[in-house]
Design a protein around this ligand. Structure first.
Ligand code: URP
Ligand code: ZN
Ligand code: ZN
Ligand code: ZN
Length: 521
């Protein structure tokens, strides 16, 4: 055991906040705060009734007996939406330790009021069976609202039929395809083309895990043969260009079949540049980066403590270039990237140890659901790279728009769900596995001091973080359906869509084309 073991392990009997919910409160007034939406900051009070925002403005007329929270000097913002979690995921011989209860409770503690998890079928399981399994476990546990993406890990006509059913009957509007994890989840290009085409025909958003799985497999073999077995081999086997190539390939395929694309976990400068270049060419693509990529870096893979290094393993990996976090944050600020997720997929020390002698067997995943908002605030707003309105866009609003949850979620507006975080920019806290609310025994942000603390978190009108006191409620959250054809996404796709046309070789044809062009103009 190395002398850093306790620090890296970060636990020993840590205190746990208990689930002592207060009685339901259906009326709430937030006074004197600065309300932040993606399009501006206004001085406004917010009145909530039965979980919905009912009034905005100053000097509101409010029923007697309403609880009032004074938000003077604080920002009142849409609760975070984490579009990328993996609670209780079975992966690489282990099940991630943050389940839907512990994971969503930690989300709420950090200012996130909705998560979107990924249904990933196990071997032999159909998409619908996997979806039902996730609903059965998540519905009774979640402390905040949630939705589901579904992973397409093989391709055949039944999968296509099930995608249609999931969209029509189950409120799913996004599907993740893997370009890595060969022989497990990976689809080949011809399958990606068909999966993207199906997404387009159903009004869904295609998502990709973008890494070249064949290159990863070859590099892994070569490194293990050369005796590189430690966690550093993980990044060496999947360097930046392996990610950037796949991002570009996915963008080209999506553009060819006119399907909207969301690239999850963009982890490197080159991958972000590939995505930004595609956007400039007019490709309907959106990019997500992670709290992990913004808050730490790949130098951790060379740490002398094996557990510390393994604790940072996720795919695509963190990058050794220490400038990467700032580069990615700047891309978020300037709309080169659009959203932030956590990719929360946590494994304890004994689970990471499955890969003690072979880095390719270390279960992939890190924490972030609790600390994502703090990391983006600290590295983005506190450091001066973005303002609070862009913070709201990249932590909440953009995800709500892309996955068709807006304006129910992602905005403080009349009629929206009362999912709100009251943020104190003047307070600080230090992140640690000893004090976090997650189940996992490690925190990749261990010891980091962050400015900006969620003081109150309101989930569907209920105060679930109350002046710092966590009162998250087991099973209080709801499954939220995400309808097909999100306007934010499909308006752009439709605007770029061109009907295939040959060369007009008669006057009548030329006239017809001219009329069509005029109608579109
Ligand atoms: O390493 C990661 N990212 N684990 C979760 C699965 C995935 O690819 O998102
Ligand atoms: Zn250690
Ligand atoms: Zn992935
Ligand atoms: Zn993931």
């Amino acid at each position: 055991m190395c002398n850093k073991f306790l620090e890296c392990q970060g636990l020993l009997q840590r205190p746990r906040a208990e689930n002592s919910c207060t009685s339901a409160q259906n009326r709430l007034l937030i006074k004197n705060g600065k309300v932040v939406n993606e399009d501006g900051i206004i001085d406004s009070d917010v009145y909530i009734e039965d979980g919905i925002i009912k009034q905005l403005g100053r000097n509101l007329i409010i029923p007697g007996g309403t609880r009032t929270i004074d938000a003077r000097g604080k920002y009142v913002m849409p609760g975070g939406i984490d579009p990328h979690t993996h609670f209780e995921l079975q992966l690489m011989g282990a099940t991630s330790v943050d389940d839907f209860y512990q994971g969503t409770k930690a989300a709420v503690a950090g200012g996130t009021t909705m998560i979107i998890d990924f249904v990933i079928p196990t071997k032999g399981e159909t998409l619908l069976e996997a979806y039902d399994r996730y609903r059965a476990t998540a519905d009774e546990k979640v402390c905040c609202d949630y939705a589901l993406h579904v992973a397409v890990t093989s391709w055949n006509s039944k999968v296509k039929e099930e995608m249609a059913t999931l969209i029509k009957d189950n409120g799913v509007n996004s599907f993740k395809m893997f370009m890595a994890y060969r022989d497990l989840f990976m689809l080949r290009d011809n399958e990606l083309i068909q999966a993207f085409t199906a997404c387009k025909s159903l009004g869904a958003v295609a998502q990709v895990h973008a890494e070249n799985g064949d290159l990863v497999a070859e590099n892994t073999k070569r490194l293990l043969e050369a005796g590189v077995t430690g966690p550093e081999g993980h990044e060496m086997s999947r360097p930046e260009e392996v990610e950037a190539e796949a991002v570009n390939r996915a963008c080209v395929i999506a553009n060819q079949v006119q399907c909207p694309l969301y690239v999850v976990h963009v982890m490197s400068r080159s991958a972000a540049e590939s995505l930004e270049a595609a956007r400039r060419r007019g490709v309907a693509v959106w990019g997500e980066t992670l709290a992990a990529a913004l808050g730490t870096d790949g130098t951790n893979y060379r740490h002398s403590c094996w557990r510390h290094a393994a604790g940072h393993i996720l795919s695509p990996p963190l990058r050794p270039d220490e400038k990467t976090p700032e580069v990615l944050m700047t891309k978020l600020a300037t709309d080169g990237l659009q959203t932030t997720g956590s990719d929360n997929c946590t494994f304890n020390a004994d689970q990471k140890a499955i890969g003690k002698d072979d880095f390719s067997k270390i279960p992939n995943g890190v924490n972030g659901v609790e600390d994502r908002m703090s990391i983006v605030w600290e590295k983005g707003v506190h450091s001066g790279i973005m303002d609070p309105t862009r913070f709201v866009a990249v932590t909440s609003t953009n995800a709500a728009k892309i996955f068709n949850l807006y304006p129910r979620k992602g905005v403080i507006a009349l009629g929206s769900d009362a999912d709100i975080v009251i943020w104190d920019p003047s307070r600080k806290r230090t992140i640690s596995a000893q004090t976090h609310h997650q189940a996992v025994d490690f925190n990749i942000f261990e010891g980091m001091e962050v400015h900006g603390v969620p003081e109150y978190v309101i989930v569907n009108g209920r105060v679930c973080l109350d002046d710092g006191d966590l009162k998250a409620v087991h099973g209080y959250g709801r499954y939220v359906e995400t309808p097909a054809y999100p306007a934010y996404v499909y308006d752009l796709v439709n605007a770029h869509e061109k009907k295939p046309r040959g060369v007009p070789r008669s006057e009548a044809e030329a006239k017809k084309f001219a009329e069509e062009d005029a109608a579109l103009a």
